[in-house]
Ligand binder design. Sequence first.
Ligand code: IPE
Ligand code: IPE
Ligand code: MG
Length: 226
Amino acid sequence: MEEEKKLPVHVSIIMDGNGRWAKERGQERIHGHFEGVASVRACAEEAARQGIRYLSLFAFSEENWNRPGAEVGALMELMGKSVCDEEKTLMDNNMRFLVLGNRARLSAGLEAAIRALEEKTAANTGTTLVVFLSYSGKWDLLQAARRMAAAGDDDLEKYLVTAGVPDPDLIIRTSGEQRLSNFLLWQAAYAELLFVDKYWPDFREADFRAALEEFAKRDRRYGKVK
Ligand code: IPE
Ligand code: IPE
Ligand code: MG
């Protein structure tokens, strides 16, 4: 009997290379971010088609606040615009939307727009699209440890911002860099890692499907002997 194709429950993507994509075309970095939104839409729709339960995207790290103010401002504006523009994509695909990270650092306007979209999509039952915004793995561990200590508890996972979201089975990073850049440090413990040479704006449906094919070939042992 043919073995059933192994599908990851949670696919996570470190969307990298927008700036270099733009630079190669003699454009400002922000144009790479604009084009990256089309890749987000393409991958979200493909994840929904493939029946992936969770697609998470690393969109902005705590360290990214240290970029030049103009780029940070443009990125935040783009986040706000995308949150409004993509409501239809999410609703048409029965997708739930969730933002995780240090949300206290977001502007009141962006926070309100995010909250409205989370509420609007809360009852959708298809793929959950998680966007990590103002997120870092060390920040997450620290805030979890603080809250855990205050509660006198010892179940750290319960206090991570990802509580309730299964750990990623597959983490893809685009742009050729082979590092986690302070992404999901605890949650990535047994994730399969896939590094793709393409810049994020060039990563589309076919690349997402190819990543799923690659995942299906991996042999996950979790420290045991098979
Ligand atoms: C990823 O692309 C998007 C963010 C980190 C916000 P970059 O902006 O990091 O693009 P490169 O890596 O400089 O090319
Ligand atoms: C990681 O990309 C963060 C996101 C994709 C949001 P960076 O471009 O910030 O990472 P480094 O600086 O290359 O490690
Ligand atoms: Mg980068």
